[in-house]
Design a protein around this ligand. Sequence first.
Ligand code: BGC
Length: 752
Amino acid sequence: MKRILFPSFLLVLLALACTKPVPPQELLTANDAKINDIIAQMTLEEKVEMLHSKTNMSSAGVERLGIADIHYADGPFGIREEGQPNGFMSAGWTLDSATYFPTGSALAATWSEDLAFKYGAGMGREARLRGKDVILGPAVNIQRLPVGGRTYEYLSEDPILSAALALYYTKGVQDQGTAVCIKHFAVNNQETSRGSVDVKIDERTLREIYLKPFERAIVEGGAMSVMPAYNKVNGDYCSENEHLLNEILRGEWGFKGMTVSDWGGTHSTMGAMLHGLNVQMTGSNYLGQPVIDSIATGALTEELVDEKVRQILRLRFAVEPVPADVANTVMTSQPESQKIAREVAEKAIVLLKNQGVLPIREEVKKIAVIGQNAVLKTQSGGMGAGVKALYEITPLEGICTRAAEKGVEVTYAPGYKNFPGRRWGPAPAEPNPLEAAAIDEPADPALVAEAVALAKDADLVIFFGGTNKNIETEGSDRKDIKLPCGQETLVQALYEANPNLVSVLISGGPTDLQVLEPVSPAIVQGWWNGTEGGTALAKVLFGDIAPSGKLPFTFPVKLEDSPAYALGNFPGNSAGGDLFTLMFRPDVLKMSPAERQALIDALPKPVSEYTERFYVGYRWFDTRAIKPMYAFGHGLSYVDFSYEGMKASVSGNKVKVSFQLANEGDMDADEVVQLYVHRVGASVEWPEKELKAFQRVSLLPGQRKKVTLEIPLDDLRYWNEETNAWDLEHGQLQLLLGSASDDIRQTAEVTI
Ligand code: BGC
């Protein structure tokens, strides 16, 4: 089967595009005539075979008609190791080591559309090498909770930043002829009871905050598939949610592709069939034989099945299948992608604080690296989204390599026990003395003493703290954001021994820094930064490059300051009754559908109230004047940037801002300029300020550049719940231009 994206009628459409561009989703309908012919030749059984999984990571085509199966791969930050056909256990292949790209929150810290595109392209190319048609990513849910188990996979707490990166990731993947499956649609912002929680959310918040990243990737990026999430939204499971799937996704956004339920996230035949699901993953208990039976009784029609098959075939025709003898013939991870992973890693690292300790000075001849997170590999764990990386440079390896080139000695001590979390294999015969029994296990005096001895004997101490993928993981949220396993006691002891200390946080989400901050003259957010993470970190620490990442989410002083906690919404009534975990329990898998349903009916009914509404992340902190530990958008450099001559105007359907940005330092450096909007005298309720535009700008030493930012007026609209439509509130806008949400350098006003 050939990929035919541009047949003649489409060229005509494209010609008309001079006046009206063809919406990317319309491109998917290019082969509809041919698809209809194929559907006419299919039996009902063949059609229904396409509506559910064939293996754990594929759904069926029709061999008789030359329609290839669809092959899926996790996503979102590397092509996942090949699993067994019937589950996630390794297939034991040797060519399936992939590039481990920095995880979602690290990508977001680059604030770079260009890098998101390259990242997507790297993923898309590697998917093709492995014979995969669809990447189960990007994962774009808004980071609502600091404790969120999947914060590291997701992008940002802000919809504009998330949407821009989701769009360019999508474009990058699909540019390679691979489809994205953007996930998890929608409002899957907690892992607690994720399989059954009912999210109660108002329409304005849903539209302005939680749907934005999906909307852009689908409408502007032409995302070919969408993964409905596990949870319910306002009463209905996402995989059978009329409002989300039929009214908004297909109706308003014009989505022409297919939806694929999250694994185990389909809940009924009628609900899924009538309310917008195409493919049940995994299993066929709902979208298999019961569909055929329902047609026999007249409860469903074959036309509906045809419509679903048409939507699936659109993706199948847009993505050329990789022939079996071409797939998996070379190693998945390729140097080109490794280079992208390094570039992203270099630009993701955030310098949170620096009292002159960084970059490492020439006089430093001996460095003590302390903390197990310096040697931790972060490619796998955290359940689904792991990667079997071809290689991974740890922070210690990166530092040792660069230090050796500079003639600097490096010593290392583990400092604390790491929390191992759940184990998928048999327990080791001997307990590992470096593994803690509990996350809050206090510091081990012997490990602290060993680390302190090294600290005293060094010119500089680099402490590696943070979490790991047993603590931040799919399937559960963190209990709190405290640094685990006695790290606070350790860092205090290290500082006392040697105040020339840098703390590097290796984590995907925010941590509570109340104890660490006062004893750390410099703090770096190092993320789970991919296959070249250690190389990138060493370059930043030694000053080969200037740090340029900016926080994609707020670091609260304490968890209770953040909106869902402050209002008692989380965990609130949302704990208990985790349907997802239940459905995969061996005894439950053996039950009859009726027994399983009875069990489900008897579960508690967890509810998550979003009464904080659109006051998510910095929108809450700014409006309530609560000072965070580190604000959204914060990130220091080794140079200073000056902002001058801001001019603002409204022209056509855009607000335009221009200004002069200069690098006042003596090294190359990137600045991420951020434009926020504050409404003056508004009659509609708004947060104190909202990000509306941003740009990463590269500057040579001493260079000055004119920078222009634009805000489409459409991005200034709000969802009017009275008219149930987008509305623009005319009036005065204060434009706040700066280097972070709490570092505004220039302001201007316009009237719209
Ligand atoms: C996750 C998805 C993932 C799927 C397949 C689910 O548990 O929520 O993000 O794509 O598994 O691995």
